[in-house]
Design a protein around this ligand. Structure first.
Ligand code: UDP
Length: 292
């Protein structure tokens, strides 16, 4: 967070570099069931971010001594691909990736009914294919939908988005340039069904008013995101139904046809049998002699 004033991030009309208003989300698209080998999966595209979430489990945990006697362990593995940013990202797991994996695990554990699966693990793999700021929040949004796709019981879905400070004003869903040049960032994980916050981080210095503005704008954004998550899950079942169902013809009364009078005696086909034409033998000269 540089708080750099050299780039004009918002113009006089309140429009940002990418054409959005201050309280607008980036275009979001969520697809369910993209990884066939996984128990549940989702792909999220949010602006230029592309992230895959794949869920495996509940399954046996190895090594077994890490198992929890009364509930399932949720393990998240957030990774940025080497090619996801323009400066090649080192393939070695960074401290940042470990930290993001941990905060996403904790956030999901607050809504998953882990007590139903003691001594097991639920593994959530999050692979960032393309990054453009806000990947931790987009990953949490995708992970939540992938868990639902895996049929893991939850108290509610988590929708996650960040708000930040640009020119000391609250702005929703920062992309990479805004994230770098703005003066503060507040990632939020929110469960609209429970009206509960499951993730809240803060980077930068905020006044109480700025904090409240960012929190309110992020909650509103999360509620909008939640509708997109629900629609994506519904779409999956609409697609399955369309694949499975045999189209049923609508029952319409067919017009009654009046019985046709059949001809009493059908005319018999007349068969003409032609006799094969055989040429009569011409009288030979010898025959003539006999006659004479
Ligand atoms: N980033 C990068 N290389 C890295 C890590 C991050 O270029 O090794 C960029 C990437 O665009 C990412 C952004 O920095 O989205 C912001 O990272 P941050 O730690 O704030 O997490 P995020 O905003 O993605 O949740």
């Amino acid at each position: 967070m540089a708080g750099d004033g050299s780039v004009k991030l918002i113009d006089e009309k309140g429009i940002r570099l990418d054409g959005r208003k201050v309280d607008e989300l980036r275009p979001v698209n969520i697809k369910i069931g993209v990884i066939k080998n996984a128990d549940g999966s989702a792909e999220i595209r949010m602006g230029k971010n592309i992230i895959i979430a794949a869920v495996y489990g509940p399954r046996e945990l190895h090594p077994k001594h890490r198992a929890l006697a009364d509930r399932a362990l949720i393990q998240c593995f957030y990774r940025m691909s080497t090619f996801s940013v323009s400066d090649r990202k080192s393939p070695a797991p960074s401290r940042r990736e470990k930290e993001i994996s941990m905060v996403i695990s904790n956030s999901l554990a607050s809504v998953v009914l882990t007590e139903k699966y003691p001594r097991t693990t639920i593994d959530v793999y999050l692979q960032v294919l393309q990054a453009d700021g806000g990947t931790r929040t987009a990953s949490l949004t995708a992970a939540s939908v992938a868990l639902a796709d895996a049929g893991i019981p939850m108290r509610g879905l988590i929708a996650s988005v960040a708000a930040g400070l640009i020119n000391d004003k609250a702005v929703l869903d920062l992309f990479d340039v805004e994230d770098q040049k703005g003066s503060g960032d507040l990632p939020l994980g929110y469960c609209p069904v429970l009206d509960e916050i499951s993730l809240l981080q803060l980077d930068g210095v905020f006044t109480v008013k700025q904090f409240e503005d960012c929190l309110n704008i992020a909650i509103k954004g999360a509620k909008d995101l939640y509708e997109i998550q629900r629609d994506a899950l519904k779409q999956k079942y609409t697609d399955i139904r369309a694949e499975v169902e045999v189209p049923v013809k609508p029952k319409t009364e067919e017009p009654k046809e009046e019985p046709k009078e059949e001809p009493k005696v059908a005319p018999k086909p007349v068969l003409k049998v032609e006799k094969p034409k055989t040429e009569e033998p011409k009288p030979s000269k010898d025959d003539k002699k006999e006659v004479e």
